[in-house]
Design a binder for this molecule. Structure first.
Ligand code: PRP
Length: 214
């Protein structure tokens, strides 16, 4: 039995579409379902529906063999897990954003973010001293209220920034969902994990065409 932790929210529907293309029955795994553990004995699979920020924790502790989670969260947490595959879904960017005309760095730069470690690392590499303020969501509020000068956050459509008169200033990283594995599971269940990786790889958006020729 392979246990897979899936991220609820934005990337869940695309993840389920991918697994279904692979011929894996994903009935009942959608955002509107309140069930948190869905077992699929015929396929030898169990799905856990978790908050995205918790997926690497379930995988690191081995209660899930595999997980699907955004690269933003992996960059932030640096958990001890294997990153097996870029699933190419849920594309967005981790960026620095702020009000127009705030391109430079004030002497005491304040950054609000849900990604404090990623933000600190980014500015450390640039040699810029910052004060990082950790928030849990709606980070765009911070520069509007004067809590911070800028934010480090995810941009997808750009609508949230636009509607709040903020602009993207610097791109930190392009983000997509990744398949991750527990290190011990990868050793003990390597055969079934590799089989799944192979099927997933064939059915990734960009590879669907090639598949017809094989
Ligand atoms: C994310 C992110 C931005 C928004 C960007 O927040 O933190 O606020 O989405 O998306 P957009 O570019 O398509 O507008 P999310 O909606 O996940 O919730 P949160 O604000 O509660 O963190």
């Amino acid at each position: 039995m392979l246990t897979v932790a899936l991220s609820k929210g934005r990337i869940l529907d695309e993840t389920v579409d991918l697994f279904e293309r692979c011929g894996i029955n994903c009935e009942n795994i959608r955002n509107d379902n309140r069930k948190l553990i869905i077992t699929n004995p015929e396929e030898g699979m169990k799905f856990i529906l978790a908050k995205p920020f918790d997926v690497p924790t379930y995988v690191e502790h081995g209660v899930a063999d595999l997980g699907v989670v955004g690269k933003d969260i992996l960059l932030e947490q640096e958990k001890d897990v294997y990153e097996l595959l870029d699933l190419g879904l849920g594309y967005c960017r981790l960026v620095v954003a702020g009000p127009r005309g705030k391109k430079g760095y004030p002497r005491h730069l304040k950054i609000a973010t849900k990604f404090p470690r990623a933000a600190e690392k980014y500015y450390l590499e640039k040699g810029v001293e910052v004060e990082v303020i950790k928030l849990h969501g709606s980070v765009e509020l911070a520069p509007l209220l004067g809590l911070s000068d800028k934010i480090v956050d995810i941009v997808s459509t750009g609508n949230t920034l636009r509607q709040n008169n903020l602009i993207e200033l610097e791109t930190i990283s392009e983000i997509t969902a990744r398949l991750i594995a527990n290190r011990v599971s990868f050793r003990l269940k390597g055969e079934s994990i590799n089989k799944l990786v192979e099927i997933l790889e064939k059915n990734l958006e960009g590879n669907k065409k090639d598949d017809k020729n094989n």
